[in-house]
Design a protein around this ligand. Structure first.
Ligand code: CMC
Length: 393
């Protein structure tokens, strides 16, 4: 073990060279392929961002239209996929359904198992981008006990997803442009974040040359945890708990500072950002805009603002460089849009999908890639002789 260094949580270890996402944690900078996320979120669309991440350049008008057409042709799920949803318990978590069904896609598309075949990589990419919103909407329908709504290919990517989610047979849902634009922007802001836990998982699984579907499924599992993508749901649950206990922000902050087991200020802190999370800045403004455009007020937003103000003025948080991250305000927007808390991390997965795919492509096409195989520092007993069971005291 002489040459092996211990680096808990890979805080200081890089195992890849990447051209996809530039992140400066000290200055709070995030760029996809060199483009600042502020500009992409302001002027771009999610699909062109997905194209950019995966292909390296922003698409021309023709390229974007071909990409969009190709995706819309694959939005439908095989009818047998519906039976998976019938088999899940009614209270199944949508993230569990999402990861299971994405993994199961590898049983339907066995023609896409060779990661070294460029055509197969391409078609798996298109299928995933096209089908994840349909799977997500089916998971929502399962949770609320409604019949599934099939995709409609004359609608945009986000509008189609909103319709598949919120339309019911009694009433055809017309996506609100405010909601559609805000969701598109949020997906852009989630689209990649270099070597985070789920992306590293996708790369690690993919480094064994497993197919794209199962690599992405593994990433979805990693995203689910409350320290990663699951934080957006955990924030809302935290705000609701504070509200139920009378809205006492000070006493909650005291419990966080006392490090009571399991009590953290969710939606705060980041491994890499040490001054601010540039995504959180945009999302905070969007939360205000969406709530006021939809004519909604939310007492939980007031609690969130109070928590933020308190934490930013408190030495515990300041000295540890803890600032609001991407997850602090997203839940309030998703709630205003009508999503239940259990769907929040699914929305994160929809946004992160192009990043996972881009990173998988980069990994698999790099001739220097080796199977991911971390080392360890062994701390157990070095050697002892076997004792037959009847002689063990
Ligand atoms: N509330 C209270 N204390 C915190 C928090 C928090 N949210 N985050 C970190 N700390 C403290 C931690 O107790 C430790 O204090 P001390 O030095 O006294 O032991 C110090 O700050 C460093 O924490 P750490 O756990 O070593 O930091 P990390 O880089 O390993 O973890 C993190 C990063 C994001 C997991 C963590 O900040 C956290 O648990 N935040 C809450 C969950 C969250 O919002 N996650 C979403 C992250 S952004 C989007 C994404 O990844 O999906």
């Amino acid at each position: 073990t002489g040459l092996v260094t211990l680096d808990s949580g890979f805080g200081n270890t890089s195992s890849v060279k990447s051209e996809i996402t530039y992140l400066d944690g000290e200055k709070g900078i995030l760029r996809y392929r060199g483009y600042p996320i502020e500009q992409l979120a302001e002027h771009g669309s999610f699909l062109e961002t997905a194209y950019l991440l995966i292909n390296g350049e922003l698409p021309t008008v023709d390229e974007l239209s071909a990409f969009r057409n190709e995706i819309t042709q694959h939005t439908l799920l095989h009818e047998d996929v519906k039976r998976f949803f019938e088999g899940f318990p009614t209270d199944a978590h949508p993230m569990a359904m999402l990861t299971s069904v994405v993994s199961a896609l590898s049983t339907f598309y066995q023609d896409s198992h060779n990661p070294f075949d460029e055509r197969q990589r391409y078609i798996s990419t298109i299928r995933l981008l096209a089908k994840l919103p349909t799977i997500a909407a089916y998971a929502y329908k399962k949770a609320v006990g409604h019949p599934v709504v099939y995709p409609r290919n004359d609608l945009g990517y986000v509008e189609n997803f909103l319709r598949m989610t919120f339309s019911v047979p009694a009433e055809d849902y017309q996506p609100d442009p405010v909601v559609a634009n805000a969701l598109d922007k949020l997906l852009i802001l989630h689209a990649d974040h270099e070597q985070n836990c789920s992306t590293s998982t996708v790369r690690l699984v993919g480094s064994s040359q497993a197919n794209l579907f199962v690599s992405i499924s593994a990433g979805i599992n990693a995203l689910w945890g409350p320290l990663h993508g699951g934080a957006n749901a955990a924030v809302l649950e935290m705000l609701q708990r504070i509200q139920a206990e009378g809205g006492d922000v000070d006493s909650f902050i005291r419990r966080v500072k006392n490090k009571e087991q399991g009590v953290r200020l969710m939606g705060f802190g980041h491994r890499v950002y040490k001054s601010f999370d540039p995504r959180a800045k945009i999302i905070k403004a969007a939360a205000h805009d969406v709530l006021s455009a939809l004519g909604k007020s939310d007492e939980l937003l007031d609690i969130a603002l109070k928590l933020e103000e308190h934490a930013l003025g408190d030495d515990y948080f300041v000295s540890r460089n803890l600032y609001p991250n991407v997850d602090f305000y997203t839940g309030l927007i998703y709630r205003a849009m009508g999503f239940p808390t259990s769907m929040f991390t699914v929305l994160f997965a929809l946004g992160r999908l192009p990043g996972w795919i881009a990173q998988w492509h980069e990994m698999i096409t790099d001739p220097t890639t080796r199977i991911g195989r971390p080392r360890q520092i062994y701390t157990g007993v070095v050697e002892r002789p076997y004792v037959p069971v009847e002689q063990r005291g």
